[in-house]
Design a binder for this molecule. Structure first.
Ligand code: SAM
Ligand code: SF4
Length: 471
């Protein structure tokens, strides 16, 4: 009998990719996707540990799933397997099983290829319990795997399936940088890069299945150093050149980059390859050298400026987004003013900004001079207002321009399609339905704070050329 699986994904795009891979690995053992937890035989929470709020949400969701399981049982619909994956699982595996002993499976991000055997074990235990055989069921429900195994999970996972014209492709995992605020080096482990040929083969498979745009993923995507066909290490610039040779791959993006790892080869790839989208997410976190040092970011404000100048020198239509943390321990009003000044100077077309959230086990959580919450709130509101003004100004500046838009969805209004500009702005247009999943040239005719409206100029996909994305 077919079973149903619902995966709830929290956090970053890496988790979105991982959720897809977990679904792929469970399909051969009979799990088909469910649209909601009700009606699912197994629910996986793919969790995020980056900020306190993100991990607390998991425990409240687990409480709801426990009730859902009881309801199912009362209605005679059988058991519900509950699994917790992702970074909360990695960091708090034992605590999850202690606080929520009804959880069946806890697995860290490096163990996803072990999921089928863990599910089989949990199913056996559940069946034994249902038959009243508590001895065979074992002491509790939880099966835990938060190892960092020797083997690379990618070698054991099936090729991902394409869903639509856009796909994520994970090329790098983990982090060796140890920013003092961040849990990633502890939850995702040391940096690992997939070999160039494995990445190219996965990309080729996706393109053959209809994908036009690939976003390369990594916690430090531009720290990529995969082994090439010649046995030598290749960086992200080299990898993008190899991917750009795949016929039909129209757009290449990558995220998240670290300023320290932007090199000349990557800048040259932006200059030479029309498939490279002119939009880079390059988190700076703070504009204060003092705070950047305390964060262990490994770059100064001036170095960030130089990197941005190098990237913008590669093509004149390049634009940036960033992440910011306000209220890092010891951040003074002067430090915050430095951040505001840097934002003013560089100009970001989109951004994510957060209040500093102390994470257990990270050096910053034990630093003195933690900033009071109300101060963090005030700074965040001021920063977000500036970032929002910059985003709106850029959107308005797009009116009258022509852009290539990947139309990947049906809009809310009749005859409307939705897509993404080269800068990831959502764009809506009235266009024939058969243009869905193609790249069309649109003239931008309206701009809101978060989206654009377009008019169709040319239906056919633009050929590969040196033509710029935004003319
Ligand atoms: N590797 C990327 C980099 O170096 O910029 C960032 C990846 S991190 C998963 C995503 C973002 O979460 C960070 O850029 C940072 O702004 C935010 N973040 C991480 N730890 C945080 C913390 N303890 N409090 C608030 N925001 C945090
Ligand atoms: Fe976290 Fe810093 Fe690594 Fe980014 S570079 S994942 S912020 S430790």
């Amino acid at each position: 009998m077919k079973k149903h699986l619902y995966i709830k994904t929290y956090g970053c795009q890496m988790n979105v990719y991982d959720s897809g891979r977990m679904a792929d690995v469970l399909a051969p053992i009979g799990y088909a996707p469910a649209q909601a937890p009700d009606g699912a035989d197994m629910v996986i929470l793919n969790t995020c540990h980056i900020r306190e709020k993100a991990s607390e949400k998991v425990f409240s969701e687990l409480g709801r799933l426990r009730l859902l399981r009881e309801e199912r049982k009362a209605e005679g619909k059988g058991d519900l397997l509950i699994a917790v994956a992702g970074c909360v699982a990695q960091a708090e595996g034992e605590e999850i099983l202690a606080r929520a002993p009804y959880v069946d499976i806890v697995l860290g991000p490096q163990a996803y290829h072990k999921l089928p055997e863990m599910v089989a074990q949990a199913e056996r235990a559940a069946a034994a319990r249902a038959n009243g055989d508590d001895k065979a069921a074992g002491p509790g429900r939880g099966v835990l795997n938060t190892d960092f195994p020797e083997e690379a999970k990618f070698d054991f996972l099936p090729a991902p399936r394409a869903e639509g014209p856009s796909a994520f492709l994970s090329i790098q995992e983990g982090c060796d940088k140890f920013c003092t605020f961040c849990v990633v080096p502890y939850t995702r482990g040391a940096e690992y890069s997939r070999p160039v040929e494995a990445v190219v083969a996965e990309a080729r498979g996706l393109v053959e299945a209809g994908v036009r745009e690939i976003t390369l993923l990594g916690q430090n995507v531009n720290a990529y150093h995969g082994v090439g066909a010649d046995g030598a290490e290749a960086g992200l610039g080299h990898l993008c050149r190899a991917l750009a040779k795949i016929p039909g791959l129209e757009r290449i993006r990558y995220t998240t980059s670290h300023p320290r790892d932007v090199d000349d080869a990557l800048i040259a790839a932006h200059r030479d390859l029309p498939q490279m989208m002119p939009f880079i997410h390059l988190p700076v976190q703070s504009g204060s050298d003092r705070i950047l040092r305390a964060m262990n970011r490994g770059h100064t404000r001036d170095r960030y400026r130089e990197i941005v100048a190098g990237l913008k020198g590669s093509r004149d239509d390049l634009a940036l987004s960033s992440d910011f943390i306000v209220g890092f321990p010891g951040e003074t009003d002067k430090d915050f003013r430095d951040t505001m000044a840097l934002v003013d100077e560089i100009g970001f077309i989109q951004a994510y900004s957060f209040k500093y959230s102390p994470r257990p086990g990270t050096p910053a959580s034990a630093m003195p001079n933690q900033v009071p919450e109300d101060e963090k709130d005030a700074r965040l509101a001021e920063l977000q207002a500036l970032l929002q003004r910059q985003q709106i100004a850029f959107n308005q500046d797009c009116v009258g321009r022509e852009m290539d838009v990947l139309l990947d969805r049906v809009g809310k209004l009749p005859g409307q399609l939705l897509g993404r500009s080269p800068y990831m702005q959502p764009v809506h247009v009235t266009a024939p339905a058969d243009l869905r999943n193609t790249i069309a040239r649109l003239r931008i005719v309206s701009a809101g704070p978060n989206s654009l409206g377009g008019e169709l100029v040319a239906a056919a996909d633009p050929p590969h050329s040196s033509e710029r994305a935004c003319a």
